[in-house]
Write a protein that binds this ligand. Structure first.
Ligand SMILES: [Zn+2]
Length: 579
């Protein structure tokens, strides 16, 4: 009897130790199963996360609205204490890190890296400290992810992958202000609700060849400004470089060299708010765009992405209080800030020096054309210091008004403002007020559609005081709020990514009424007799402008445009400034 008991005890122990020795094969990703050659499909990704959520209390899933492809847009959270109330997440003081993947589904490194990252966090294989909440968009551009093929000939794997355009062929990383895509509306709503402290948008590079596996685009620090810009530039970004070096990766800033080879250095990439990181910067969120190098094997790129996400978690957790403080300081300082920059240019007089590991570039005859072609010689690697022009100076500024007033007819603009958490009030009765109105003096428009729009640029305006009757229900947008930068950069019509630039107000660019010259000749003659000032203006212009003096139609038009018959709405920008 004793002997049999001992036998059973031995059997139990050996079974237990056999179990312990068996490798943990649950939640193996398609990337791992394929030996690092495949990226997960939409179905595989969703299935993986659902199973993960069902198995671990620390994993939560939700939907950030609907994608243009017609499917709900999922997000996945990891929180060590199983607390995920997305509407209250910012109230409990934890650092929120938002990671976006597959905005360009041809660049899927983050998809597979994050699947392993969240699994390893759930299993306790990597530590996500209690003061951090991870929110991951597993696949942002679902329409593009479903449209699999091999549309990036410059890229070393995976075997097949999604397409850059979404289901309406929009590049979602140009959509953050114009907001044509449902994905953008859903993501911006999520931004508003969870108010992330750090935002990461995973990509794969295009462009030159060099040795680095991982490059990093940090939102431009001068543009970010304030304590946050300084903290990113002097502290947090250098910490990420140091941490990645410990993982064996020498990072360099995103190699922005589309016109030349990078061995003589390059200018920092400028990301206006149409880009994800430029948009996040409007809310003083530390924004980063990792760009792995396209020619490195997919497996290595995913590993580097995983390592960088780990660095973000570790450094974010260790410096959470500082990050929260600089962000809070800058958001509080907005109240007294009156000058805002609308556009920036590179300061070519200042640069930093970075250690760049490149390959010598050379030219040889093309087998296609017989003409000289560029190539990078892998037998000639080099390491040298190159200049990096990463300081920017303002090229256009504006003084913030006290508030903007928008007539209630402009519903699509109001809808964007609301989705971004803008505090909006409405007129409770009809009111006549003196406000500043901009006259659109000049603008240029691109010749071909850019992301579904005929984008306006180089917009010139003249401000003028006008008395306007506003009606019950019109919108009053005060500027004493955290969305101040977003409001100014979208509503000032000369800003490069203003709603005006993106055609939200094109109705005002067309004159609606006119005249028949033979009728207006007599009216104009009468007007000139009655208005000596107008008469003098006309005579002065004729004296100083011979072409005008010889052009009867131009003179008639001159009088018409200064007459009471000329429509007020033509070229009058309909968002008014209350100074
Ligand atoms: Zn990309």
């Amino acid at each position: 009897m004793k002997c049999r008991l001992l036998f059973f005890i031995c059997l139990l122990f050996s079974a237990a130790s056999a179990r312990a020795a068996t490798p943990d094969t649950s939640f193996i990703t398609p990337f791992e199963r394929s030996g690092g050659t495949k990226t997960a499909t939409f179905v595989e990704t969703l299935d993986f996360y659902r199973k993960l959520r069902d198995s671990f209390a620390t994993i939560f899933m939700g939907d950030a609205g609907l994608s243009d492809a017609g499917y709900p847009l999922p997000y996945v959270c990891y929180s060590s204490d199983s607390n995920f109330d997305k509407d209250n997440i910012k109230k409990d003081g934890r650092l929120v890190i938002l990671i976006n993947n597959d905005i360009h589904p041809g660049e899927p490194d983050g998809v597979d890296a994050c699947m392993m990252l969240l699994r390893d966090a759930a299993k306790g294989k990597i530590k996500v400290p209690k003061n951090v909440v991870l929110v991951v968009i597993p696949m942002y551009n679902l329409g593009g992810a479903l449209n699999r093929g091999r549309s990036r000939p410059n890229q070393n794997g995976p075997k097949s992958y999604g397409f850059r355009g979404n289901s309406r062929n929009l590049d979602l990383n140009r959509d953050f202000i114009k907001c044509d895509a449902s994905e953008t509306i859903g993501l911006e709503d999520l931004f508003t609700k969870i108010s992330p402290d750090i935002f990461i948008d995973n990509h794969v590079s295009d462009g030159a060849d060099y040795q680095h596996v991982m490059t990093l685009l940090a939102t431009q620090h001068d543009k970010m400004g304030g304590a946050t810009g300084e903290y990113m530039y002097n502290t947090f970004t250098p910490l990420l470089y140091k941490a990645m070096k410990q993982h064996g990766y020498d990072m360099v800033p995103y190699v922005n060299d589309f016109d030349k080879t990078p061995e003589t250095g390059w200018k920092e990439f400028y990301e206006p708010p149409r880009f994800s990181s430029g948009y996040a910067a409007l809310f003083h969120i530390l924004a980063y765009v990792p760009e792995t190098h396209m020619l490195k094997p997919f497996k290595d790129r995913v590993k580097a992405t995983y390592a960088l996400m780990e660095c973000f978690i570790k450094e974010g957790a260790a410096h959470a209080a500082e990050i929260k403080k600089v962000r809070a300081d800058d958001l509080a300082a907005l109240a007294n800030k009156s000058e805002f920059v609308l556009d920036w240019k590179t300061d070519t007089t200042r640069c930093d020096s970075i250690l760049f590991k490149g390959y010598e570039a050379a030219y040889k005859p093309s087998e296609v054309s017989g003409l000289p072609r560029l190539y990078y010689d892998h037998t000639k690697p080099f390491t040298k210091k190159v200049p990096f022009y990463d300081h920017f100076v303002p090229s256009k500024t504006v003084t913030a008004p006290k508030a903007y007033i928008i007539p209630k007819t402009w519903v699509s603009v109001i809808s964007q403002l609301r989705n971004n958490g803008v505090n909006i009030r409405r007129f409770s009765h009809d009111t006549t007020m003196t406000v500043t109105a901009y006259h659109i003096d000049n603008y240029e428009t691109v010749q071909h559609p850019y992301e579904k729009h005929y984008l306006h640029k180089n917009v010139q305006v003249t401000p003028g005081n006008v008395s306007i009757r506003f009606y019950t229900g019109d919108y009053y947008i005060p500027l004493d709020q955290v969305a101040k930068r977003y409001i100014i950069e979208t509503l000032e019509p000369t800003a490069p990514d203003a709603f005006f630039a993106w055609n939200y107000f094109d109705g005002i660019l067309q004159q609606k009424e006119g005249y028949s010259a033979y009728v207006f000749e007599d009216i104009a003659a009468k007007l000139l007799k009655e208005d000596s000032v107008l008469k003098k203006e006309l005579e002065d212009k004729k004296k100083n402008d011979p072409a005008f003096a010889a052009d009867g139609a131009a003179q008639l038009d001159f009088v018409y445009k200064r007459s009471p018959y000329f429509e007020q709405s033509y070229l009058r920008y309909p968002v008014y400034r209350l100074e």
